[in-house]
Ligand binder design. Structure first.
Ligand code: G6P
Length: 590
């Protein structure tokens, strides 16, 4: 899961490439590099760490004059994040950047070593460069096509040849687009990288090769020239600006009322636009990370209020399990990026078994959006911070509406008008919750020096706790775990020490008394509890009380408080909030 950008045109490529890399840093940021090409040479510059380090290094170099270049930001898979392993990689006449994983890299490497190739890095990417170089005589397309027949795995590649002035690109199971402008062409892992220059692009499909000259683009597959549709995006430029906020994470949290108004409300007013889940005997929800936790909220609501059988799994497990599809099943895939490798594999597994797929997805041009049978677009706009916030809220919102519609169809909704009235108030209520920053700062002050924190809840509150815990640990690096409140005493309670913070989420009317007893259990063992609730309790615990609304939508008001507590805590700890270490926003490798 790396980011690729490439440029050919009138400009000096450096500006385009660095700007593109910065916009792609969310895809990984442990090292970066560029290759510039002119008539006589290719200049490669690489550095470990963030793009800013590469920029510094470039300033010290004597750059060649050029109008063609490729660049890469890396999230290490094969080999440590060192300069040797950073892309671009050069073997012979071939210099390239790669996103994805070559599964038979070891086998190919051994073969190539026997044929006399010397490798300088531990990467699978260098193997691709060596393979293309092996087949390169004087025709780049022939060499690429031959190499593709031997590669197993996923790849998006931007390729330069030392004796050609053109740019080549190809992809399989990793995203890549070709951006178009008058007399300028780009390649990029996603449109965000090049939106400052163009909103027009071509989507490359599996194993299609783009041959890009300074005057045109030709796309071929198996040597047949293809007619490609030019797509236009209207992604607003300001989605990429911080708009005065210190961090994208904060900006994106603050956008929650707006995106909820834009996406959630139209569906609320036109439930008929959502699929009818009652025609299936079983629902499977499959996703990764926060998207999976949004799915957990969906599962709880569907089971609890819509009497619907739901199985849920993380995609990395689901794809390899023996799933018994013996009833009429719908597989719901939840993914912000639509490019998460495991979620894609889970979708394909369902399709191979002739099971219908529904994607709840943000990026419309993504693989999951294109390959699933039905889509619900959450329309969160670009999300730049690695930790998802506004997209997660919309995933939860859509799952809540699906549960609500299902319950309605089954005549299970009591006080329908009240539920609807409350749902309509959500954008305003969430704004009120977000505006209480001082309360979250106070909680952050109380926890930021701790090293272990627990979250507890039952039923829907447990599902919410999972996301609260994940958000906190991913941005603040504080170890935290979420537990079903009733399960803590079966082992984990032995870890509770004096002053250890325990967040308790208490909103579910049907079970809250039990959770309150569990709170007492941890308090009597020294824990400092922080209640996140929808009604005030007479205790001296720290409390965040959000407005009480229909249980379908209650998590939508609880989660922003947890997001902001995570944000404020990370800020106090001086963490790199928008780009937490070791993470990537879009995990396009398994
Ligand atoms: C990564 C991100 C998470 C995200 C997960 C699934 O791990 O850091 O924030 O929830 O991938 O991503 P998706 O794009 O499929 O929602």
């Amino acid at each position: 899961m790396c980011g690729i950008v490439g440029y050919i045109g009138e400009k000096n490529p450096i500006e385009v490439l660095i700007n593109g890399l910065k916009n792609l840093e969310y895809r990984g940021y442990d090292s970066a590099g560029i290759a510039l090409k002119n008539e006589s040479q290719i200049q490669v510059i690489k550095s470990v760490g963030k793009i800013a380090n590469l920029e510094e290094k470039i300033k010290e170099e004597n750059l060649i004059t050029s109008h063609l270049g490729i660049a890469h930001t890396r999230w290490a898979t094969h080999g440590k994040p060192t300069e040797e392993n950073a892309h671009p990689h050069t073997v012979g006449k071939v210099t390239l950047v790669h996103n994805g994983i070559i599964e038979n890299a070891d086998e190919l490497r051994n073969k190539l070593i026997k044929e006399g190739v010397t490798f300088h890095s531990e990467t699978d990417t260098e193997v691709v460069a060596a393979l293309i170089n092996k087949y390169y005589e004087n025709n780049p397309l022939t060499a690429i096509n031959k190499a593709l027949t031997e590669l197993k795995g996923s790849y998006a590649l931007g390729i330069l040849f030392s004796d050609s002035n053109d740019l080549y690109a190809v992809r399989k199971d990793s995203p890549l687009i070709v951006g178009l402008k008058d007399h300028e062409y780009f390649i990029a892992s996603d449109i965000a990288a090049i939106i400052d220059y163009t909103n027009k692009y071509i989507l490359l499909d599996e194993n299609e090769i783009a041959h890009i000259t300074k005057d045109n683009v030709t796309v071929t597959k198996n040597n047949n020239v293809l007619e490609k549709k030019v797509e236009t995006t209207n992604m607003e430029q300001d989605a990429k600006d911080k708009c005065g906020y210190d961090h994208y994470m904060l900006k994106e949290i603050m956008e929650e009322p707006v995106v909820l108004q834009k996406t959630f409300k139209p569906y609320l007013e036109h439930l008929e636009k959502l699929p009818d889940l009652t025609s299936y005997e079983e629902i499977h929800i499959v996703a990764c990370g926060s998207a999976m936790y949004a799915g957990m909220i969906g599962k709880t609501l569907l089971e609890e209020y819509a009497n619907t059988k739901v199985e849920i799994d993380v995609a990395s497990e689901y794809r390899y399990k023996n799933i018994i599809y013996d009833r009429k099943t719908l597989v719901i895939l939840i993914s912000q990026s639509g490019e998460t490798a495991d979620t894609i594999a889970a979708m394909r597994k369902a399709k191979e078994n002739n099971v219908e797929t529904l994607a709840i997805v943000n990026v419309k041009t993504s693989t999951i959006a294109r390959e699933s049978d039905t889509q619900i677009f959450i329309e969160a706009g670009p999300e730049i911070a690695v930790a998802t916030t506004k997209a997660y809220i919309l995933q939860v919102g859509i799952m809540a509406l699906l549960a609500y519609k299902t319950a309605l169809t089954k005549n299970l909704v009591k006080e329908e008008h009240k539920v609807l009235e409350e749902a309509e108030k959500l954008p305003r209520l969430i704004k009120e919750v977000l505006d209480r920053r001082e309360e979250y700062k106070k909680v952050a002050q109380a926890i930021y020096q701790k090293e272990d924190i627990f979250f507890i809840g039952r039923k829907i509150d447990y599902a919410t706790s999972m996301e609260g815990s994940l958000k906190l640990k991913e941005v603040s690096y504080i170890h935290s775990e979420a537990y079903q409140a009733g399960e803590l005493k079966h082992g984990t309670i032995s870890l509770i020490e004096d002053g250890m913070p325990v967040f308790a989420i208490v909103t579910d009317e049907t079970i809250k008394d039990k959770t309150i007893s569990n709170i007492e259990e941890v308090k009597s063992r020294g824990a400092s509890t922080i209640l996140i609730t929808n009604e005030k309790y007479q205790t001296d615990d720290l409390q965040i009380v959000v407005p009480k609304i229909s249980p379908y939508f209650q998590p939508i008001l609880i989660v922003p408080t947890l997001q902001l507590i995570a944000y404020e805590t990370a800020k106090l700890r001086g963490c790199d909030i928008d780009k937490p270490k070791n993470l990537a926003k879009s995990v396009t490798v398994e």
